[in-house]
Design a protein around this ligand. Structure first.
Ligand code: 523
Length: 131
């Protein structure tokens, strides 16, 4: 059986990257992540990401490019990440998060990212610096 997928967005706007602090479960609460969630049957990764960002942040967003690679979360579950552009709305922590921060490339090390998110965060920051 193929792995289940968690999709996440490196949401970039105005030269900054959006970081979201998890409010649950207890072992992950307080750590920072690229917002997203589980891809459901019948959805593409991009569709799942658009849905998750709408539910969690209240925004309309457009996945742009997949960041190459995928990162194991636990057996049978992998993380895939896209860069994302905001189309409408201002992100707010509606579900699963208790704080959001827009980080400049120089500020991205100021939050405690989930370990599995770090390679994609590094690549997103590299792209932000180039843009
Ligand atoms: N991660 C993770 N990084 C990351 C996300 C969005 C998720 O490491 N950027 C991990 C955290 C959880 C698992 O992936 O162990 C599922 O993420 P979650 O809870 O955000 O996905 P949901 O909300 O779709 O999951 P359910 O509540 O279980 O449906």
């Amino acid at each position: 059986m193929s792995d289940s997928v968690v999709v996440a967005g490196a949401v970039c706007d105005g030269g900054r990257l959006l970081a979201a602090r998890r409010s649950a479960p207890p072992e992950l609460a307080g750590r920072w992540e690229l917002p997203g969630g589980k891809q459901e049957p019948g959805e593409s990764g991009e569709q799942a990401l658009v849905r998750e960002l709408r539910e969690e942040l209240g925004v309309e967003a457009e996945p742009q490019e997949r960041i190459p690679g995928e990162w194991p979360l636990k057996p049978g579950l992998v993380l895939r990440v896209w860069t994302v552009r905001l189309l409408a709305g201002v992100p707010s922590p509606l579900e699963d998060h208790d704080e959001l921060r827009w980080l400049t490339p120089d500020e991205t090390d100021t939050v405690d990212w989930l370990d599995q998110d770090r390679p994609a965060v590094a690549e997103a920051v590299r792209r932000l610096r180039e843009a």
